[in-house]
Design a protein around this ligand. Structure first.
Ligand code: SAM
Length: 278
C-alpha cells in the first residue's frame, strides 16, 4: 500500500515544514483568525451546502481548509499523518474558537482508526501526489462515506507536471507508471529559501484518468468534473495574479491550460465495513 521508506521520509519532510507554513504569508493564519476563508472559490459552489453535515478532511495539514468548512456549518474532522501539523491544527481551532476534531493518522488507515462514516469526505490541493496507491486510497474513501454521501476533491492538474520549472517546454512524462519522483530540494512552497533540514521526499503523478477510474471502481458515481484554467501559485513565469489575490492566470490571448481540477462523486451505499481490511 505504502512502502515504509516512502512513508517515513515524507512524514519527516512534512513535520519539518509545519512551523514554517504556520508562520508564512501564504497561509496567513492571522487573516484566517480574522475571518478570511481559505477555500478556493469554486469549492463551496461545487460541493453545495455543508451546513450540519459531517465532513472528513483527508490530509488536512494544519487545518485551515478544514476549519473553513466548519465556518460554513460543517461538523469537521481532519486527519493528517504529521503530528506537528495536527498539534497546530488543534491550537488554531482553539484560538479561532471553532469546534473541530483533528487526529494523527495515515490516510490509508483512516477507516479502521476512526471507525465511523461521514456525509462528506473531502481532500484538497497538493494531497494525492503523496500517495502511491490510488486504488487503496479509493477503497478507504468508500469505507468512510455514509450511503448517500459525497466525495469531493480539488487538485493541481497533473498536466502541469509535464512542464519544466518555469517555461512551457515538455520536460516530464505524463505517464510515470507508478514510479516515485525522488526529491531532496530544500526550502518549501511558502518560502523557497527556508532553512529546512529534512528534505528527502517521494511523490507520484496521477493522470486524471487514473484518479477517476480508481474512484469509479469502488462504486462512486461521478456527478461533476471541472478543469480550472487558473492556479493558486506562480507555477509558470507567464502567470500573474490580480493584486491582492492568489488567482494566477495566463495573460489575455495566451493559450489556456487546465491547472487545477475538481471532482464531486456520490456514494450510493455498499462497500466494505469500516473495520474490514483492504
Ligand atoms: C500540501 S498538504 C495539503 C493540505 C491542504 N490542501 C493545504 O494546502 O493546507 C499535504 C498534506 O498531506 C499530508 N500527508 C502526506 N502523506 C500522507 C499520508 N500518507 N497520510 C496522511 N497525511 C499525509 C502531509 O502531512 C501534508 O500535511
Amino acid at each position: 500500500m505504502m512502502d515504509k521508506k516512502h512513508l517515513d521520509a515524507n512524514r519527516s519532510m512534512w513535520d519539518d515544514r509545519v512551523d514554517i507554513h504556520v508562520t508564512s504569508d501564504l497561509y496567513n493564519v492571522a487573516g484566517f483568525l480574522d475571518g478570511q476563508c481559505r477555500l478556493r472559490e469554486f469549492e463551496p459552489d461545487e460541493i453545495g451546502s455543508v451546513d450540519g453535515q459531517t465532513l472528513l478532511h483527508l490530509q488536512c495539514h494544519f487545518g485551515l481548509d478544514t476549519l473553513s468548512w466548519a465556518r460554513r456549518g460543517a461538523v469537521v474532522t481532519g486527519i493528517d499523518f504529521s503530528e506537528p501539523a495536527i498539534r497546530a491544527a488543534r491550537e488554531i481551532s482553539q484560538r479561532a474558537d471553532i469546534a473541530a476534531t483533528f487526529e494523527v493518522c495515515n490516510v490509508y488507515e483512516t477507516a479502521a482508526f476512526l471507525e465511523r462514516r461521514f456525509d462528506i469526505v473531502y481532500t484538497g490541493l497538493g494531497a494525492i501526489c503523496w500517495l502511491p496507491d490510488l486504488d487503496a486510497w479509493a477503497r478507504e474513501i468508500v469505507k468512510l462515506l455514509k450511503p448517500g454521501g459525497t466525495f469531493y476533491m480539488s487538485e493541481f492538474h497533473p498536466v502541469t507536471d509535464i512542464f519544466g520549472e518555469h517555461d512551457l517546454a515538455v520536460a516530464e512524462s505524463y505517464f510515470d507508471e507508478g514510479r516515485p519522483y525522488r526529491d531532496e530540494t530544500g526550502g518549501t512552497y511558502t518560502d523557497r529559501d527556508a532553512a529546512t533540514s529534512r528534505n528527502l521526499n517521494y511523490s507520484w503523478t496521477h493522470p486524471l484518468s487514473h484518479v477517476i477510474t480508481a474512484l469509479l471502481k469502488v462504486g462512486l458515481t461521478l456527478e461533476s468534473l471541472v478543469e480550472h484554467d487558473y492556479t493558486v501559485f506562480p507555477r509558470f513565469s507567464a502567470l500573474s495574479a490580480a493584486p491582492g489575490t492568489d488567482v494566477f492566470r495566463f495573460p489575455e490571448g495566451h493559450p489556456r491550460l487546465p491547472m487545477m481540477y475538481s471532482i464531486r462523486m456520490r456514494f450510493d451505499g455498499g462497500g466494505p465495513e469500516p473495520s474490514s481490511s483492504g
